[in-house]
Write a protein that binds this ligand. Structure first.
Ligand SMILES: [Zn+2]
Length: 475
């Protein structure tokens, strides 16, 4: 993989001047088809800015971009617009930082299939306002690494990709994953893929403590990081090993299972979760361990919501994006879950508890970020599911500004790029999302993305979506 390493090296060098490459001059004609703002100097006026830091939404703002950087943000009239700048009237619109999706696979699952989406996923992410993704578990690492290169080279539209190594699980784990055979096996795998260019690893439910500890140690020696969807290893155990991030909040946490046996996934460990006391010592000590050791939590509410009867609201645009067969499978499974009622995989009460669990973690001082996880049985699509997370985190009790922070700046913090992206502030890379509507008072308008700026280049959301409709689940 010499070619990739060279490309990566060159693109890393260019990080010095801006962030993530893919400059206008590098964009190929097929990518230019989706570009609606190509002017190197532009201003958005009269727009409501939610800047990503958690501070209150500011109406009547002017944001100036020069080349690929935000050069000024302030009240209309107080910010001078450079001579000759292209001006976009932002009245009636909200501007937020580009989303940083931390559980954003490039593959997709339904009840009957699992397929790589190298064509539709990057387009849907970008169209929805997700400008950076960490794939957090890969079924095809070379497909991801090469997709990343293709995007950076300007050959295809998409977000900046932090590629992940193959899933690491134990002997009885899923067939698409690496079934580790002891700690040395874990080290061998981590070393190989770190050299190939992945930046994160994802451990999965059946991994042993010994294997996970070895994987984390080897990853850190190689300058890369580890996150996990756990079960056989508890949160507290993984934190003690030095893990960097934990996925899915309460849903994958076996700290509170009475029947927990070391290195085994306890049967039915979620059954009593709905009545978990979040003020209890056991919960508070998980929070404290994560906070003391800088371990972030990734919220993935959109994928779990699918398993709760009559959730989420059925969206026509989701059905439109799916291929015909996939749409059929999705609707059948959704119907089944609705019929199961109280016997459905997740109850409304458990889902609410998981939302509260994330809310209290954040309130205690924990670093909470978010991602879509386009798996389950196919209802949380790349990008669309990230937008749904906005509503689900509001439902959890966060303010709109806090949710924007969780979905933007906090993701950037986990990836260590918060000095470059995640905020609409002067000196940051111009990764921003222009939304037609007031997402504070009308949350559903988060779906009305007009233009997504990545590295100062504006992409037309609608044309990106038009290019994938009917194709999700196929390519
Ligand atoms: Zn996942």
């Amino acid at each position: 993989m010499k070619t990739f390493c060279t490309v990566l090296f060159v693109s890393l060098l260019s990080l010095g001047s801006s962030a993530f490459g893919q400059r206008l001059a590098d964009l190929s004609p097929p990518v230019m088809d989706y570009v609606s703002v190509a002017e190197p100097v532009f201003a958005i006026t009269s727009v409501t800015v939610i800047d990503g830091t958690g501070s209150p939404a500011q109406p009547g703002q002017t944001v100036v971009v020069q080349n690929d950087m935000i050069s000024a943000v302030g009240d209309d009239g107080s910010v001078s617009i450079p001579e000759g700048a292209f001006v976009i009237d932002g009245s009636g619109h909200t501007l937020i930082p580009g989303m940083v999706g931390l559980h954003n696979h490039t593959f997709y699952m339904t009840s009957k299939r699992s397929i790589q989406l190298n064509y539709t996923a990057p387009r849907l992410y970008l169209a929805s306002g997700v400008t950076t993704i960490r794939t957090t578990g890969s079924n095809a690492p070379y497909a991801e690494i090469n997709l990343h290169s293709a995007i950076q080279n300007g050959d295809v539209p998409g977000p900046y990709i932090y590629a992940t190594g193959p899933y690491m699980t134990g002997g009885s784990g899923m067939s698409s994953m690496t079934r580790l055979d002891g700690p040395e096996d874990a080290r061998r795998l981590v070393k190989y893929w770190a050299e190939e260019g992945v930046t994160w690893f994802k451990a999965y439910t059946q991994i042993s403590r010994e294997e996970l500890a070895a994987a984390i140690d080897e990853a850190h020696k190689n300058g890369v990081k580890v996150t996990a969807h756990l079960c056989s290893v508890t949160y507290q155990e993984a934190v003690a090993m030095g893990i960097d991030n934990l996925e899915h909040g309460l849903f994958a946490n076996t700290d509170y299972a009475d029947n927990k046996v070391a290195d085994e996934c306890p049967a039915g460990f979620r059954t009593t979760m709905a009545s978990l006391d979040l003020a209890s010592d056991e919960v508070q000590s998980t929070y404290q361990a994560m906070i003391d050791n800088d371990v972030a939590m990734t919220s993935t509410l959109a994928v779990y919501e699918m398993y709760v009867p009559d959730r989420p609201p059925l969206e026509q645009r989701v059905l439109d994006a799916m291929s015909e067969e996939v749409r059929g499978e999705y609707l059948v499974r959704r119907e089944q879950i609705a019929r199961e009622g109280e016997n459905a995989p997740f109850s409304e009460a458990l889902f609410r508890k998981a939302q509260e669990y994330e809310y209290e973690f954040y309130r205690a001082g924990g670093l909470l970020a978010a991602g879509v996880d386009p798996t389950g049985y196919g209802g949380a699509l790349p990008g669309y599911g990230d937008q749904r997370n906005y509503e689900l985190l509001l439902e959890a009790g966060f303010t709109p500004e806090e949710v924007v922070q969780i979905m933007t700046l906090n993701g950037a913090r986990v990836l260590g790029i918060d000095g470059k992206v995640g905020r609409v502030q002067s000196g940051m890379v111009a990764d921003m999302v222009l939304i037609n509507g007031d997402i504070v008072n009308e949350p559903a308008t988060i779906r009305n993305v007009v233009t997504v700026f990545r590295n100062g280049v504006g992409y037309d959301s609608k044309s990106l979506i038009d290019s994938v409709n009917g194709e999700v689940g196929v390519r």
